[in-house]
Design a protein around this ligand. Structure first.
Ligand code: C5P
Length: 219
């Protein structure tokens, strides 16, 4: 079985996807982590993720693998786990910049489909229902207002970044949404057959309940 969960940055997709995967005993694939790891790998090589020509020439040498350790997903670049380094604002922007490049996307989509062929999966991202798994058994499009998404990120960040600025976070989220939804190839978009879930006025448990309820009501 395949479950696709798409939506803009910070809408709570990964929280829902992880919870649903745990309940159903499926594997969870966070495809955003793959774009983040690709951006990280380029920056490590001294390449700007937005520099299409340089990214394209480095692409054949980019070795990415997805492994599951203790139930959680790790992204390996050249055999090294880069998962701890990919959650910074610089990498968020880099991921969105590199995600515009179709050749890079195709390479990652191949890997994503390999995982879906091997396991039952809950996959989250931007183009899962529209492009990666158009035949998914369930599709959800999870969203919330930009302010609410910024507020959630701010509360997460506050612990480790005491000077986090909610207005700056909101501006970054809006900029990333724009890059993601206006790119030509596989943009962020709700699939026609996806269920829209607006989480602006819902808490985490309510969203998980709603999505898992729709799945278990239908299987
Ligand atoms: O979901 P997350 O915020 O980690 O994704 C980081 C970036 O990776 C997104 O802003 C988007 O540009 C890109 N992405 C994508 N397609 C996906 C998943 C993520 O373009 N399926």
């Amino acid at each position: 079985m395949k479950i696709a969960i798409d939506g803009p940055a910070g809408a709570g997709k990964s929280t829902v996807a992880k919870a649903v995967a745990r309940k159903m005993k499926f594997n969870y694939l966070d495809t955003g982590a793959m774009y983040r790891a690709a951006a990280y790998a380029m920056i490590e090589r001294g390449i700007e993720p937005s520099d299409r020509e340089k990214v394209l020439s480095a692409l054949p040498g980019l070795s990415m693998k997805i492994v599951y350790k203790g139930g959680s997903q790790k992204v390996l670049i050249d055999g090294r786990d880069v998962t701890p380094y990919i959650r910074t604002p610089q990498i968020s922007k880099g991921a969105s910049d590199i995600a515009v490049i179709p050749e890079l996307r195709l390479k990652l989509v191949d890997l994503q489909r390999e995982v879906a062929n091997e396991y039952d999966v809950v996959m989250d991202g931007r183009d899962i229902g529209t492009y990666v798994l158009p035949d998914a058994d369930f599709k959800f499009f999870i969203t919330a207002s930009p302010r609410e998404r910024a507020k959630r990120r701010y509360l997460e960040l506050k612990e480790t970044v005491p000077d986090a600025d909610i207005d700056q976070i909101e501006r970054d989220i809006i900029a990333r949404d724009k890059t993601d939804s206006t790119r030509e190839f596989a943009p962020l978009r709700q699939a026609e057959d996806a269920v829209l879930v607006d989480t602006t006025d819902l808490n985490r448990e309510q969203v998980i309940e709603l999505v898992s309820g729709m799945i278990s009501g239908a299987v």
